[in-house]
Design a protein around this ligand. Structure first.
Ligand SMILES: [Zn+2]
Length: 501
């Protein structure tokens, strides 16, 4: 998908006011899978995730616990890191908006935008949600008992009036509309259309980017006015530039940025299109290559979230399946960009049983046992071309979907390869064949390709499985060819997944 073999994958940086749940893991796991997929093909990849550590919400959360904000975010960001470590997120950098280089970048950018005339002083009033750190317009908030209510948090908004600084994004109305309507940056396209219609209907108004320090002291100070801190969203968006060294190495930045794939949930679409594309344009930076947007995970129809208390915890999911990579698999399998995905233990269990235990896991186990029992684990190249023709098409579809960032479709085609190979074994009955070499070699090749396609999703599990079959994972696309391996040495029959207790 990228001309110059660089891929830069970002997740939103998360608000560390509580430990992460599957909603956070959703985006992070998808981002990690995408980065690993391109890495497996030999791309230079860089995965950025982190925590968004400033703003009123964290200031209040820290105060509530009797801590100073920095101590609080130090603790919380390390909790986020520990979760990502357990889930095997191979980030190249975990950025914190309290990092020194980020603060420097923010101040550099603000000075630059002031110089260019994109920042000006003015007065602002409006209805504000401290939970969202966002002003809501009349069209956006809900009215209950004559009180404006936050549509996300379902609690009353505060009316705020103050002197502030504005960012002149109104100038970029046509530019942003052009990207949304004519470009292929936002994926799926429906989200681009949604924002384009909003801009056409309501216009693109300049946004207030400063908060008086008296109200929000926990933020980056404006370099040109110490009475103000920067609006947390601008601070947060700029992390994507800090993360890949915009101020440190412009050549490297340019390479990676040309292959930027930014993942977000649909709730932060406005910030990552209207505002982000405008800021980038002010700095002379093109929009990312892709903005990949996913819908929500829902439990009984409601978005999973702390405030609604319907969270399925990461711990419980890991405990149930005994392998953190199963969480990754489930997420990859259910990922849905355009529609919300309902989740429950029943759905998880059926994915686990059907796809991993009975399909892929069973295939790996039975072929390895056959190889050991009938040909002593020494399997030499003898490819059943006719069968391979059938599954080669599935493989190509899986690769194509991966390259187009359609993870769940890629996984679906991958599992079809395993399914077809199980049927192939049932038809061929290698345990009755005088010489089962061809059947077993062909099945091992199907397992190897299936495993490579699952490697970005379950890196450790797959590495263990392929090692037991005597295969090393490479970093190229050639290894996806059937018949690539000359000799297998099956040393053990893996039992990668156990029954749910
Ligand atoms: Zn809110």
């Amino acid at each position: 998908m990228n001309r110059n073999r660089y891929v830069y994958v970002t997740t939103p940086i998360y608000y560390p006011n509580d430990k992460p749940h599957l909603g956070h893991a959703y985006t992070t796991i998808l981002a990690d899978i995408i980065a690993r997929w391109f890495y497996l093909q030999g791309y230079n990849t860089f995965l950025l995730t982190g925590t968004d550590e400033h703003g009123l919400k964290l200031q209040r959360e820290a105060e509530k616990r009797g801590k100073d904000p920095k101590t609080f975010v130090d603790e919380m960001s390390s909790i986020f890191r520990s979760y990502w470590d357990v889930l095997g997120i191979g980030y190249n950098r975990f950025i914190r908006t309290t990092d020194k280089d980020h603060e420097e970048l923010v101040k550099y950018v603000l000075n630059k935008l002031l110089e260019k005339g994109y920042i000006y002083r003015g007065r602002y009033s409006g209805w504000y949600c401290s939970g969202c750190e966002k002003f809501y317009s009349e069209k956006e908030y809900i009215i209950e008992n004559n009180t404006p209510i936050c549509p996300i948090h379902k609690r009353p908004l505060e009316f705020i009036e103050e002197d502030t600084y504005f960012l002149r994004i109104s100038e970029f109305r046509d530019y942003v509309l052009k990207i949304l309507k004519e470009g292929d940056v936002v994926y799926p396209k429906q989200y681009a259309i949604e924002i384009a219609s909003k801009i056409e209907l309501e216009g693109l108004q300049d946004i207030s980017i400063a908060r008086p320090k008296s109200r929000v002291y926990w933020g980056i100070e404006l370099p040109f006015d110490p009475n103000y801190t920067l609006y947390v969203w601008i601070d947060a968006l700029l992390n994507y530039l800090t993360g890949i060294g915009y101020l440190k190495n412009i050549e490297e930045f340019t390479n990676y940025w040309s292959g930027a794939i930014q993942l977000i949930g649909k709730d932060i679409l406005w910030f990552h299109t209207a505002i982000w594309f405008s800021i980038l344009a002010m700095l002379g930076i093109p929009p990312p290559r892709k903005l990949l947007v996913h819908a929500y995970l829902t439990v009984k129809g409601h978005k999973m979230g702390k405030s609604l208390g319907n969270v399925i915890s990461i711990e419980d999911t890991i405990k149930r399946y005994g392998n953190p990579e199963v969480v990754r698999f489930i997420i990859a399998r259910i990922a849905n960009y355009d529609k919300d995905t309902e989740v429950s233990w029943e759905i998880y269990d059926s994915i686990y049983n059907n796809d991993l235990l009975n399909n892929y896991g069973n295939l790996v186990r039975r072929v390895a046992v056959l190889a050991k029992r009938y040909i002593n684990g020494n399997v030499e190249r003898d490819l059943d071309e006719q069968f391979v023709r059938d599954i080669d098409e599935l493989k190509n579809k899986a690769i194509e979907n991966y390259n187009n960032l359609n993870i769940s479709e890629a996984i679906k085609y991958t599992l079809d390869i395993a399914h077809n190979t199980n049927s192939y074994l049932n038809r061929r009955e290698p345990w009755k064949e005088a010489n089962p070499m061809k059947t077993i070699y062909t099945a091992l090749e199907a397992i190897r390709i299936t495993s490579l396609l699952l490697q970005p999703v379950m890196p450790n599990t797959i590495k263990t499985i392929l090692n037991m079959l005597g295969v090393e994972i490479e970093r190229n696309i050639k290894q996806f060819n059937f018949g690539y391996i000359e000799k297998y040495k099956v040393v053990e029959a893996p039992l990668p997944f156990r029954k749910i207790s």
